[in-house]
Design a protein around this ligand. Structure first.
Ligand SMILES: O=CC(=O)O
Length: 323
């Protein structure tokens, strides 16, 4: 019987689906904390046909070598794949499955929420209420910036970028521009977005949304030079991956007023150390990587991840196959 190692307890319905398979042996890490890399290594050394993991587990060459030729599939309960060495999987004939589409709406909604909270200074304003620093009404107190009438720049126009664009159209934005290695005519047509080079996007956008995957090409894509190209009034939002941004450069840009404010759902590293300089800045709002964290979405992500791993060990096409 094929053996599957699952690196976390899943949401209830997906957990039941996983456990109801008569023809698979399921071994599951039940800790609240992620499984340690040593323990994961030991599990794969013991022999597994399929792995169902989270973005907290690194699937690297060492792990794949330890798993050997018995491993057929790595299914991740995430859309992001930066924790998985794709070429190494490909070289060994190990399939990769992920959970695209399931989380698009939740991430788009969170991105818009974070954009509003950052532009309208929710955290700072709520703090002022709690600390008794709420003065009598005054024309300019806690003024921020709104979305309507603004130029929005989306870096990376995948399904999530498009879903954000669709929702932002309802806010009456002036225009949407995007940058990506190649123009995406079909995706961009649905939100009337124009393809521009990254420097143009950075210098002309009022709102900049990072929506690209983390790859060797996008690591520190946004650093000192890129922040310097942005408007001093720019609102910068990252719901993609922390390392796409050079965090030290972001701290400087926020401190010096190179940009107005940043909203981050992702940081480098995660969890972010509570002593991080980012958390000392009034113009930075940090969330703990919760963009896909709705019960509905996490159930769906887990369902697709279970389907992927079951299909992989049974040598059938995956529901969502990357490789
Ligand atoms: O960040 C979340 C994901 O990649 O699913």
């Amino acid at each position: 019987m094929p053996k599957i190692f699952v690196s976390r307890t899943l949401p209830p319905r997906a957990q039941a689906l996983l456990r109801s398979q008569p023809d698979c042996i399921v071994v599951q890490w039940e800790g609240e904390e992620p499984v340690s890399s040593d323990r994961l290594l030991q599990e794969v050394k013991d022999g597994v046909d399929g792995l169902l993991v989270m973005l907290t587990e690194k699937i690297d060459e060492e792990l794949l070598d330890a798993a050997g030729s018995r491993l057929k599939v790595v299914s991740t309960m995430s859309v992001g794949l930066d924790h998985i060495n794709k070429p190494a999987c490909q070289a060994r004939g190990v399939l990769i499955g992920n959970t695209p589409d399931t989380l698009t709406a939740a991430v788009a909604e969170l991105t818009i929420g974070l954009l509003i909270a950052t532009g309208r200074r929710f955290a700072e304003a709520a703090r002022a209420v709690m600390t008794g620093e709420w003065p009598k009404w005054s024309p300019l107190w806690m003024c921020g910036s709104q979305i309507s009438g603004k130029v929005v720049g989306i870096v990376g126009l995948g399904a999530i970028g498009v879903a954000i664009g669709e929702r932002l159209r309802g806010f009456g934005v002036a225009s949407i521009i995007y940058s990506s290695p190649n123009p995406k005519p079909t995706a961009s047509a649905s939100i009337s977005a124009t393809h521009v080079p990254l420097p143009t996007l950075l210098s002309t956008s009022d709102i900049i949304l990072l929506c690209c995957p983390l790859t060797p090409a996008t690591r520190h894509l946004i650093s000192t030079k890129e922040f310097a190209q942005m408007k001093p009034s720019a609102i910068f939002i990252n719901t993609a991956r922390g390392p796409i941004v050079d965090q030290a450069a972001l701290v400087q840009a926020l401190r010096n007023g190179t940009i107005a404010a940043a909203g981050l759902d992702v940081t480098d590293p995660e969890p972010l150390d509570p002593s991080s300089d980012l958390l000392k800045l009034d113009n930075c709002l940090v969330l703990p990587h919760i963009a896909s964290a709705t019960l509905e979405t996490r159930e769906e992500m887990a369902r697709v991840a279970v389907e992927n791993v079951l299909a992989g060990v049974r040598r059938r096409p995956l529901t969502a196959q990357v490789l």
